[in-house]
Design a protein around this ligand. Sequence first.
Ligand code: AMP
Length: 170
Amino acid sequence: MNFNDYIRNIPDFPKEGILFKDITPLLKDKKAFKSAIDAMAKPYQDMEIDYVVGIEARGFIIGTPMAYALDKGFIPVRKPGKLPHDKLTANYDLEYGSNELEIHKDAIDKGDKILLVDDLLATGGTTKASVDLIEELGGDIVGIAFLLELMDLNGREKIEGYDIFTLLQH
Ligand code: AMP
């Protein structure tokens, strides 16, 4: 299956100059969605993992079925003001703007083995902020998985040294 057929390029969204990768056609197609999740979960099947952490919002769409497929619990990293309990906050830069991310302080215990998931690696700022949150809580990041990597933006440089898997490279 060519997953690329299910990724739609939207020029100048949400800002001029950004080529937005719309994954909704892939999510809508039951075969493409299931195959993509299976292919993303496969490398982690035999790895020791305690939790899958997904980044709001598209990281939830990819991360929760991966957690289900791998038989692991799921921990959300959320946009500001969404989490109800004691939390840690990190600032980060986006390809189009800046924001904050939060995690519950009691979500991760020291030494927990974490698989971090998001839909897309662009500049890597979002991922790096999430890495910092997880590590501040003592989590041990054993892998970072993305559906799609934008190669020109060199996001990998921000998260050097981690085990990174990307299903598609554009
Ligand atoms: P970054 O922090 O630059 O790596 O951006 C990654 C986050 O922003 C991901 O959660 C993506 O959902 C979103 N994102 C950034 N650039 C794009 C793009 N060109 N198309 C779709 N989503 C994007």
